[in-house]
Design a protein around this ligand. Structure first.
Ligand code: ATP
Ligand code: MG
Length: 262
């Protein structure tokens, strides 16, 4: 069988006219209104938008944790909603996911948190796991902290441990949901530099949800903006204020001010 995500020239992920709403018929809240976009392979796509605009919903649709009301979410050439349990599990194995908040296991050390996906999903020996985790610890500047528990770590270190865990299985696609929320500006910059460096080394497709506008734009190959059900895609941040979509122009005015047209 061909490998759908690795197929040359194909986008890694595609949304085709996707609608997603929540709530009862009478109080229906339409979050995504027939949105379409592609995520190119090996590149970084940034999803931005105000709170509650559907950024996390997009990531959950990609992972098959939510289903669209209509339209298609394609990963490679698989329609996520049509996959059975086993295929969906296999598909999820190919993603490295960092949800909002690092979601570390409090009762496990840094080392064990990072080793967990390897223990659960591979047949590597203890020795192999040890050398793989040690290499990651070094890459992420966590060497010396491996025996600590999450409660003993700073916010930035927790994020890095979460990132280390997400990258352990060398995923084809990484989904990061607000990886820098709650971090100071210096740590935020370091985390983004780390993303760029790690991505260049591993070549994964990255989808990053972020509030760090406009700083995040410098590492994006593509920017997806969401506002009031509308979605627009940009490869050049300076074009955002000229969007043909009124809700996106509003968003640019409110959130970005002058900075995007500099
Ligand atoms: N499982 C769910 N059931 C009901 N409503 C939901 C569910 N998931 C999301 N929503 C609603 O969908 C909308 C979009 O939520 P989402 O979590 O995607 O926002 P977001 O853009 O990630 O916001 P934030 O920046 O605050 O994380 C919100 O109004 C939210 O209440
Ligand atoms: Mg969210």
């Amino acid at each position: 069988m061909s490998d759908p995500i690795l197929e040359p020239g194909q986008p890694a992920i595609r949304f085709v006219e996707v609608c997603k709403s929540f709530g009862e018929r009478t109080r229906r809240h339409l979050v995504l209104d027939r949105v379409s976009f592609s995520v190119p392979r090996g590149r970084t796509t940034v999803i931005a938008g105000g709170s509650g605009q559907g950024k996390s919903v997009i990531l959950k649709l990609i992972l098959g944790l939510l289903r669209p009301d209509s339209g298609q979410v394609l990963v490679g050439d698989s329609d996520v909603a049509s996959l059975g349990y086993k295929d969906l599990q296999e598909l999820r194995m190919r993603f490295g996911v960092l949800f909002q908040g690092a979601a570390l296991f409090d009762s496990l050390t840094v080392f064990e948190n990072i080793a967990l996906p390897l223990r659960e999903r591979t047949r590597l020996s203890d020795g192999e796991i040890h050398s793989k985790v040690s290499a990651t610890l070094e890459q992420l500047e966590l060497t010396g902290h491996e025996d600590k528990y999450p409660a003993q770590l700073s916010g930035g270190m927790k994020k890095r441990v979460g990132l280390a865990r997400a990258l352990q299985l060398e995923p084809e696609v990484v989904l990061f949901d607000e990886p820098t929320t709650g971090l100071d500006p210096v740590m935020t910059k370091e985390i983004y530099e780390l993303f760029v460096g790690t991505q260049q080394r591993l070549g994964y497709t990255a989808v990053i949800v972020s509030h760090d506008i406009p700083q995040i734009f410098s590492l994006a190959d593509q920017i997806i903006l969401l506002n009031k059900g509308e979605l627009d895609v940009f490869t050049d941040a300076s074009r955002i204020p000229a969007s043909t979509k009124p809700a996106i122009r509003d968003f640019a005015r409110q959130v970005m001010g002058q900075s995007v047209s500099e």
